[in-house]
Design a binder for this molecule. Sequence first.
Ligand SMILES: Cc1cc2nc3c(=O)[nH]c(=O)nc-3n(C[C@H](O)[C@H](O)[C@H](O)COP(=O)(O)OP(=O)(O)OC[C@H]3O[C@@H](n4cnc5c(N)ncnc54)[C@H](O)[C@@H]3O)c2cc1C
Length: 399
Amino acid sequence: MSHRSCDVFIAGAGPAGLAAAIALRQRGADVLLVDALRPPIDKPCGEGLMPEVRRALTNLGIQLEPHHGTEFTGITFASGQATVSANFPGGTGIGVRRTTLHRLLLERATELGVRFSWNTPVVLRENQPPTLAGEPIHYQWLIGADGAASRVRAWAGLEAAQLRSRRFGFRAHYRIAPWSSHVEVHWGPLGQTYITPTGPEEICVSAMTRHPGVRLAEILNSIPVLRDKLPNAVPTSSERGCLTLTRRLRRVTRNNIALIGNVALLGDASGSVDAITGEGLALAFRQALLLAQSLEGSNLAHYESNHAATLALPQRMASLLLLLDRHPSLRNRTLRAFADRPALFRELLAVHIGHQTLPHFLLRQGPNLAARLLAPQPPFDPCFVRESGPTNPPCTDRI
Ligand SMILES: Cc1cc2nc3c(=O)[nH]c(=O)nc-3n(C[C@H](O)[C@H](O)[C@H](O)COP(=O)(O)OP(=O)(O)OC[C@H]3O[C@@H](n4cnc5c(N)ncnc54)[C@H](O)[C@@H]3O)c2cc1C
């Protein structure tokens, strides 16, 4: 078998490209995966894998064990005077360093016989077939899993898109014992900060802002509980940052393009959701499984018609969360409504992780939520903290 010939040629060995390579090899395809970088490949990420992501990884043959990171049982939102928590309705999430996740995906792909070429940017020139280290490459399908700034997408003429949001994201790690068994999302005046436990003595801090000049330290300083906790913690990684977009493409596939052939986009290359949703990896894995199923039947149209559905709910959740980002008074009202009636937050979390549908939630709880949002607000109560699950972590900080 020539190194320059394969059934499926995947550009980009991030989580999306590796997951697709595994799913395709599981169905017998000959896969060549190339990346401009060398492993371990790191990237800014909140590093909290939801229960659904764990299940998707199991389908790919990867079992995440407790020693790979630190398990968490739910999500806590904290804003100004309100804090609300809910446990996942089923399963646990796990905080895993991005480099560990990459290694596990890579080990599984290698075990299955995926072929790799590292340190090899795919070179795409107008009116020429794609080349790898100067040589033409032959394939039946070209998959662009080359991230948010995808070259494959531009080259295949698939750039037409609706950009719904554009923000700045950061990530750093600190040596400090996690103080909660939840992923905490702290809302502050400059943006949101996620705290994910990634080890017995380590947390991942990830922050998002719409303000261009603002950096991680300023966002952390603007949130009193983090300003108090983090200055004494030793950083265990260097700070990284990048853009985080909510974007939907008009199309994610094309057939029979001259010199290029059949192309499909995957992961962030195929559209994305703001990092506040924590859904980027779930989407990448869902799309990888869908793509493998579609290519097994040589049916790119199947992928095209089902891809939009993978993005629909996460993009709706992104719109909702970004609305709360832009309107602090609505945010405070919403969190107070959740704190007053924790079942609302618990059900919304169930929607977010796919255990309940949004229409079902709106039908059951919409009028209740609307009434609470429109009700006159009570004066601030310093003990205004509620928890919704029997095993919620104690929230020791009044925010
Ligand atoms: C601050 C922040 C926090 C986030 N937090 C979370 C979270 O908590 N949970 C979650 O699920 N998601 C989160 N995300 C989103 C998540 O990180 C992305 O959705 C995910 O990385 C997408 O994976 P990907 O494989 O599509 O792209 P990438 O991870 O960007 O991988 C693309 C790969 O393609 C390679 N490449 C690019 N161009 C070429 C080329 N020409 N030739 C060869 N190779 C190329 C790159 O080197 C890279 O390895 C967060 C994002 C940000 C910015």
